[in-house]
Design a protein around this ligand. Structure first.
Ligand code: FAD
Length: 300
């Protein structure tokens, strides 16, 4: 038993999991176990777990809904923390909305639209949590998190509670520059008053466009690559003949070339091989180097 496991065991007892399987906690349904896994029920627990990991010099990783992750077949070394249901509260006060990091982003989008608040409709159909959406600066259909977030609250790797105003989040295209090890617990949004019927229509339109464009029947992690400047990754991948190309249990979707789907029993190594193949082909054909949007995490 490692020193960290002993310390966490003293604090959390049987709730600390060892060699905890992670595949089912991801939308890809792929990946090995976490050495140590904890579902933090409140901020004190989160702060205690992060502090202990830091004290023992062991990395801690926060898992959201796992919808943008490719976890390696060997899994994640160190501690994986997931936020429990208590981090899922959503409060609305006029145009100010505060959402817990574990709330489903799509729920926040639909709820605010239904209350006549404009700004988060783009989140309809983006799976995952508010925390993951913030870290990824999630966006679609012309909207993105960066435009509506005023501040995030969280716990840093030393266990200290901090509030970071929007300008300290370092928003960029599908990424942020939050302090290393910072775990978001809650986010504040500033929305605009809007017409409920028009917002509802927009949410329905986005829903329909997603259904028409994206594979829904097989496990995946959304767009694999970011769009390079002035181009669409999906078009480049399609032009490179990758639609339907298969490796082991994984394949580029027939429906959208920028999605890799798990046909059943796919391993992370299969997906990784497809990513490498696509990057090489597109580079040779166009000179463009594609960057992954999906985060590869764990021990490769
Ligand atoms: C079908 C499908 C469609 C998608 N469509 C879109 C789309 O249109 N636009 C888009 O932007 N994305 C899209 N995605 C990708 C994904 O849904 C988003 O990136 C989402 O915001 C990730 O949230 P998550 O909770 O699943 O985060 P995870 O995948 O669990 O984690 C992503 C990153 O965030 C970190 N993280 C998660 N929670 C926290 C926290 N509380 N504090 C600190 N770090 C945290 C993780 O450590 C990791 O680095 C799609 C995915 C799928 C499967």
């Amino acid at each position: 038993m490692s020193a960290l496991e002993r310390s966490l065991r003293e604090r959390f007892g049987a709730r600390l999991r060892v060699d905890h399987p992670l595949a089912e906690l991801t939308s890809f349904k792929i990946g090995g176990p976490a050495d140590l896994f904890l579902l933090a029920e409140d901020e004190d627990e989160l702060a205690a777990a992060l502090t202990l990991a830091r004290r023992h010099d062991v990395p801690a990783f926060c898992l959201g809904a796992g919808t943008n992750l490719l976890i390696s077949d060997r899994g994640i070394r160190g501690l994986v923390v997931k936020l429990g249901a208590a981090f899922g509260a959503i409060t609305i006060d006029g145009v100010a909305v505060s959402a817990g990091a574990a709330a489903q982003f799509g729920d926040v989008a639909r709820l605010t639209a239904a209350r006549g608040l404009a700004g988060l409709e783009f989140g309809e159909g983006i799976p995952g949590t508010v925390g993951g959406g913030l870290v990824m600066n999630a966006g679609a259909f012309g909207g993105e998190m960066a435009r509506v977030v005023t501040a995030v609250h969280g716990v840093d790797q030393d266990g200290a509670r901090r509030r970071l105003p929007s300008e300290q989040i370092g928003f960029a295209y599908r990424r942020t520059s939050l302090p290393r090890g910072f775990v978001i617990t809650r986010a504040d949004f500033h929305l605009a008053p809007g017409d409920t019927a028009a917002l509802d229509a927009r949410v329905r339109e986005i829903h329909a466009r997603r259904l028409a464009r994206q594979p829904r029947d097989l496990p995946n992690a959304g767009s694999v690559f970011k769009n390079p400047p002035q181009a669409f990754a999906g078009r480049l991948l399609e032009a490179a003949g990758l639609k339907g190309v298969r490796q082991g249990g994984a394949a580029f979707s027939e429906c959208h070339a920028n999605f890799i789907v798990n046909l059943g029993g796919a391993r992370a190594a299969d997906v990784r091989a497809l990513i490498d193949l696509a990057r090489d082909r597109v580079k040779v054909q166009t000179g463009i180097t594609l960057e992954t949007e999906v985060r590869l995490v764990g021990e490769w």
